[in-house]
Design a protein around this ligand. Structure first.
Ligand SMILES: [Zn+2]
Length: 321
């Protein structure tokens, strides 16, 4: 009975996003009933436009490495509406141990990286954000409380993006120029909102290995996409949630092997190697060691340009203009 009731609720859900209904995954009548204009419109909503892969990287470098850290911390619990101190502590580790350990590592290697920070985390840990910026790193947007963007109405999404933007600007003293949508959950209304905020780049989509221009309903936007992938993310391999099936199934040594192979591929193609990590995941002793090892290896290769996401986006936009 319950199942039938749930099915009828899904059937009544709006067929197309409106100002008052979530725009993300378009729950509604089954896809096999859609006419061609409808599935074409869905696919064309946000598209990969021209490639922004430059002919060569800064100062003739052969490959570009962009390291990023998503400082989710306590919001990985709060986003679910959970207030469990036990679970919150797992995220607190990211602020208390992970970020300091990462900053030490980056300082030892004299590298700059990008940190994507939810507004709530910036408010909970303002000194951390100021330290990250003071050490030369970039801070970009990462939602308000790591909300699921495709569950939001357009109005809520706009409100949360503006709140997050203002919180980061106020705390760091710098206006953010880039966004990574929480959980890469990019909705059908995210791109117009990115345009409203006048951001330089997004780093949440997966249509290429190389930077590209985002196209909004057929219109080139000038916004740079710095693509991500679950393959180049520590979380799918190493995350742990006792209440779900999420387990650290992969040994750190195997994660290192995968990341290094992605770097080698980018090097062979003269491309971009963009890596996403999380302080509460990669920050542990057995794992920060593989990041250290990977950085050592990459630094030993001639012609590697290590850059923040902002630097990569600005370089590509200017080089391909
Ligand atoms: Zn995140």
């Amino acid at each position: 009975m319950r199942r039938r009731a749930a099915a009828s609720v899904i059937k009544r859900a709006p067929a197309r996003p409106t100002a008052h209904h979530p725009a993300g995954n378009g729950a509604g009548d089954p896809a096999w009933t859609w006419d061609e204009p409808r599935w074409r419109a869905a696919v064309n909503k946000v598209r990969a436009g021209r490639s922004l892969k430059p002919a060569c990287w800064k100062n003739g470098a052969r490959v570009c490495v962009a390291l990023s850290f998503d400082s989710d911390h306590e919001t990985s619990t709060l986003r679910e509406g959970s207030t469990s101190p036990g679970r919150l502590a797992q995220g607190e580790y990211g602020a208390r141990v992970g970020v300091p350990r990462i900053l030490d590592l980056l300082r030892r290697h004299d590298l700059r990286a990008s940190f994507f920070v939810p507004g709530v985390i910036a408010r909970l840990h303002p000194d951390e954000q100021r330290r990250v910026v003071a050490e030369g790193h970039e801070i970009g947007m990462h939602g308000w409380i790591h909300e699921g963007t495709s569950e939001l109405t357009e109005r809520s999404e706009r409100d949360l993006m503006r709140r997050a933007f203002d919180a980061l600007a106020k705390i760091t003293g710098r206006t953010p120029v880039g966004v990574r949508v929480p959980s890469w959950d990019f909705s059908a209304t995210t791109l117009p909102l990115i345009r409203e905020l006048g951001l330089l780049y997004d780093s949440s989509l997966m249509a290429d290995d190389e930077p590209y221009e985002l196209v909004d309903d057929g219109e080139a936007t000038g916004i740079v996409e710095l693509p991500v992938e679950w393959i180049k993310d520590d979380a799918p391999y190493l995350n742990m949630n006792r209440a779900t099936a999420i387990r650290p199934y992969t040994a750190p040594s195997a994660v290192h092997e995968i990341f290094r192979a992605e770097f080698e591929g980018a090097l062979a193609e003269g491309g971009l190697f963009l890596l996403t990590m999380h302080p509460h995941i990669i920050g542990h002793r057995s794992r920060i060691a593989i990041l250290d090892e990977l950085i050592r290896y990459m630094k030993g290769v001639p012609g590697v340009w290590f850059a923040t996401h902002e630097e990569v986006a600005r370089y590509c936009k200017a080089a391909v203009a």
